[in-house]
Design a protein around this ligand. Structure first.
Ligand code: KET
Length: 449
């Protein structure tokens, strides 16, 4: 069980073999059909890309692709973690609209390239938001923060830096975790292993397993931690458990890499949700933090995020930053200006910041109220099973415990879209759609026990 190898990315040779096998099995039926129907089939067959097989859709973003193709009026997308209003519509926060209006009206604003590390104000304010306004690490200039392409880009830049400059090339990620972690760290060249996290029978934290697996990790290994609102399980350690994790990790010189994609979404409070990170920074040790503004500011498609690396001294931090620039420059040169300008404006202005926290709390509260509504709806239907985890879990998702067969049934019969691991995005639900979901779950668990 300890530190099991997550399946490594296939080698080019493996991929070719799989591709050939699939082709022989005829599973590339879509390709074959389109080739047969096309008058240019002869030249298409001679393409230099003939060997390219169709890749599967992404396990999360592919759910939206399937949803978009469904013509049913009752269809419901609970796949991707994206906030929806009670009317089922995407939400642009009022404070974000206001900031954008001010940016547009300010004719002195230009579209010049940002520096490689991004907008200076944005970086400074992002570090304070996650580490605390009075963080000694920030005050001592021991933190380098670079603006990146949302949470994913921040994780990837951090991973590339570690692959180049860190002595230990093994990273432990929780089992289960957000599906992209394995790919991000694996493709950066790190060796990815897992630590036990979730206990399916209690639907809670497997704390003993977690301590055992981190306890037997090699000294110096990197450990990916979800700062709050663990995706997909909705299960977080308690503050006491965090303290034990911190002590164990520091005693073994394990390097913490926090993924903070949901600050403010777990408790509704930005400071409370940052507490686990601040515990690690308070002990003076080093730590990585990838921040995303996709969910908490609703800036999904603007791709705004930051990577902060907390170092032992200002001198190390500035050398680390110089190397981060060498990672970023050949990857995308420098980050986009619009989203970061919105964030910087909101974080800088006391009134706007206040307005943001109120809107953020309202989103978190609506999600919590959906938990209660879904739980009540299942109870009133007498749906077999203990569904209390729906109200106990935290953040954007409920890890329902439904299996892939039950999920497929709900999609086919009820047009409800979710990831095959049984995760539902509570933020995609509304009072109007809860009964439909409850009917579907009830049918799935009674027919496919
Ligand atoms: N970390 C976690 C834990 C996470 O759930 C997401 C997104 C990200 C990072 C990256 O988000 P970004 O948009 O790059 O800031 N998760 C949702 C969307 C996705 O899969 O891309 C999701 O799980 O539905």
């Amino acid at each position: 069980m300890h530190g099991r190898d997550a399946s490594p990315p296939p080698s080019p040779a493996d991929r070719r073999l799989t591709a050939i096998a699939r082709h022989l099995e005829g599973s590339s039926a879509v390709d074959m059909d389109s080739i047969a129907a096309s008058p240019t089939s002869a030249s298409a067959r001679n393409s230099v890309f003939d060997h390219v097989v169709r890749a599967p859709e992404d396990p999360i973003l592919g759910v939206t692709v399937a949803y978009n193709k469904d013509a049913s009026p009752v269809k419901l997308n609970l796949g991707v973690g994206a906030y929806r209003t009670e009317e089922g519509k995407p939400l642009v926060l009022n404070v974000v609209r206001r900031a954008e209006q001010m940016l547009v009206n300010n004719s002195s604003r230009v579209k010049e390239y940002l520096p490689i590390v991004g907008l200076a104000d944005f970086n400074k304010l992002s570090a304070k938001l996650i580490l605390g306004a009075d963080s000694p690490a920030v005050q001592e200039n021991r933190v380098t923060t670079v603006q990146c392409l949302s949470g994913t880009g921040s994780l990837r830049v951090g991973a590339e830096f570690l692959a180049r400059h860190y002595h230990q090339r093994t990273i432990y990620i929780p089992q289960p975790t957000w599906g992209n972690h394995l790919k991000i760290f694996g493709l950066a060249g790190l060796s990815v292993k897992t630590y036990r996290y979730f206990c399916p029978s209690t639907r809670g934290l497997n704390f003993q397993g977690l301590l055992e697996d981190l306890g037997s990790a090699p000294s110096g290994a990197i450990v990916l931690l979800h700062a709050c609102a663990h995706n997909p399980t909705g299960v977080d350690p308690t503050p006491q458990q965090w303290e034990q994790i911190r002590q164990l990790m520091r005693s073994k010189a394990l390097l913490p890499f926090f993924d903070s994609a949901y600050q403010g979404f777990a408790s509704g409070n930005l400071d409370i949700d940052a507490q686990p990170i601040r515990m690690f920074v308070a002990d003076g040790g080093e730590c990585f933090v990838a921040q995303s503004y996709a969910k908490n500011m609703g800036l999904y498609g603007e791709r705004v995020g930051a990577l902060s690396i907390v170092c032992r001294s200002a001198d190390v931090a500035s050398r680390v930053e110089s190397q981060l620039k060498l990672v970023i420059r050949p990857m995308y040169s420098n980050p986009p200006i619009h989203g970061a300008s919105i964030v910087a404006m909101i974080l800088k202005d006391r009134n706007m910041f206040q307005e943001w926290t109120i809107e953020l709390k309202a989103m978190a509260d609506r999600i919590i109220s959906m938990r209660q509504k879904l739980f009540d709806a299942l109870r009133s239907r007498g749906t077999p099973g203990d569904w209390s985890h729906i109200i106990k879990q935290i953040g954007m998702f409920t890890f329902t415990g439904l299996n892939s067969e039950q999920v497929a049934f709900m999609t086919k019969e009820y047009h409800i879209y979710m990831t095959s691991d049984g995760r539902i995005s509570m933020a995609g639900l509304s009072s109007r759609t809860v009964p439909h979901l409850a009917d579907a779950i009830h049918a799935a668990v009674t027919r496919l026990a």
